[in-house]
Design a protein around this ligand. Sequence first.
Ligand code: RP5
Length: 170
Amino acid sequence: MSKAVVGIIMGSQSDLKVMKEAAEFLEELKVPFELTVVSAHRTPQRMVDYASSARSRGLKVIVAGAGGAAHLPGMVASLTSLPVIGVPIKSSNSIDGWDSVLSILQMPAGVPVATVALNGAKNAGILAAQMLANHDKTLAKRLDAFKANLKKKVEESFEAIERKGWKNVS
Ligand code: RP5
């Protein structure tokens, strides 16, 4: 097993159903990562220890997801100079997701969190891989192949509509 270069963390195990999409993407692209639960509110010291040791442990990017009063990504960003990608999660304690989006998005100047869409963990995984690909040509090729496949799927869909008519495609 290679050493993790991405740290995927989340405020609760209940976030895993969303956050696993980041893990699945990184696994697909063969990017070594670690995944764990770190709660800003329930385990604040663990959050401090995790974030402040992240760079020296070899991590290059942190993907942090949380719902409701989502302080984890911003607090982690305050404790490390690694890039932090925040995933707002529509959790059981969330009003409608906006609470989590705004908590993660509206960071003060000097402490950025690259915030993806609500429940957008897959994009967080993609963005983490794209950051790493700046210094990894093999990974850049895998990302190019992923993008080419996105294009191919759209081409197949409009070709099918043109060929069969819109009423005959599902
Ligand atoms: C947040 O509270 C977590 O990130 C999670 O999204 C939410 C609910 O947590 P649980 O009560 O399900 O553990 O801190």
